[in-house]
Design a protein around this ligand. Structure first.
Ligand code: CP
Ligand code: NVA
Length: 307
């Protein structure tokens, strides 16, 4: 994995198909205990938004590798008093070996990447959530023994998850259909980028308002919250708009009979997914959440090297 050493991971497009598949292989090997790399370096966590899975799995991953974690408390940083990100990036670069950032504006992680030499990892921005998608792909591969040739159907908001899933599925040769309300479609620039990657692989990126069309023949049924972090004030007004896109038992009857259900979590039962489906036999959400640990451990080893 030396090819990723020193690199930033801001977008799914930062890794080629071969690099993505190699990362997933390393994640699987780590999960099975086939490899046990040691990495005694320092990871910083700079989170402007809440997080359970990403924060704790990064913490656990680095600790299990033998490294240090410094959980930077945004409230006690000078950023809050106006210190520029460019200055903060250059200073943190002198203390840390890698920095994972969760924030609102994607431009902020790009600023860190520009001013810091160490690898910068996007731990979620309003635009993308690549760390989640590595774990998603790992989970799909575990369930089906393959990625290429499968179809993922995503239901709900054309948000950061939809963006990274589109790019990730296109990269590994999966078809993807995004079913979303008319005014909540994904960023057209990301759709174009995903379609240009998909064209090379001969796969499809479909954006539709029809949940039934998206679900048809889907091997993976995926959903996310209807109001992301920062959009809480819109939660109530969004519910009736998104209701037709709920992942429920009826929708699952349209998908492939062997289809699995994924959700990045946290879930809002009764909104984007029903309780019976989330807790049902098709759901793989807890394995998916576990894989955050293995996939991010693979990412840390890859960008840091195991020396
Ligand atoms: N799925 C995910 O990123 O969860 P957290 O917000 O808890 O990190
Ligand atoms: N779209 C969600 C993902 C949470 C993991 C959000 O940004 O809040």
């Amino acid at each position: 994995m030396s090819g990723l050493k020193g690199r930033d991971l801001l977008s799914m497009t930062d890794l080629s198909a071969d690099e993505t598949l190699a990362l997933l292989q390393l994640a699987a090997d780590l999960k099975q205990g086939k490899v046990n790399p040691i990495c005694r370096k320092s990871l910083g966590l700079l989170f402007y938004k809440s997080s359970t899975r990403t924060r704790v799995s990064f913490f656990a991953a680095m600790s299990q590798l033998g490294g240090q974690v410094i959980d930077l408390n945004i409230g006690s940083m000078q950023i809050g008093r106006g210190e520029p990100l460019a200055d903060t990036a250059r200073v943190l670069d002198r203390y840390l070996d890698v920095l994972a950032i969760r924030t609102f504006a994607h431009a902020d992680v790009e600023t860190f990447a520009k001013y810091a030499q160490m690898p910068i990892i996007n731990a979620l921005t309003d635009l993308e959530h690549p760390c989640q998608v590595f774990a998603d792909l790992q989970t799909i591969q575990e369930c089906f023994g393959q990625l290429a040739g499968l179809k993922l159907a995503y239901f709900g908001d054309g948000n950061n998850m939809a963006h990274s899933l589109m790019l990730g599925c296109a990269t590994v040769g999966m078809d993807i259909a995004i079913a979303c309300p008319a005014n909540f479609t994904p960023d057209p620039a990301i759709v174009d980028r995903a379609r240009s990657i998909a064209a090379i692989r001969g796969t499809e990126v479909v954006i539709t308002q029809s949940p039934q069309a998206a679900a048809s023949q889907a091997h993976v049924v995926y959903t996310d919250v209807w109001a992301s972090m920062g959009q809480e004030a819109e939660s109530d007004t969004r519910i009736p708009v998104f209701q037709p896109y709920q992942v429920n038992r009826e929708l699952l009857t349209i998908a492939d009979p062997e289809a699995i259900v994924l959700h990045c979590l946290p879930a809002h039962r009764g909104e984007e997914i029903t309780e019976d489906v989330l807790e049902g036999t098709r759901s793989r959400v807890w394995d998916q959440a576990e894989n955050r640990l293995h996939a991010q451990k693979a990412l840390l080893v890859s960008v840091l090297g195991d020396d």
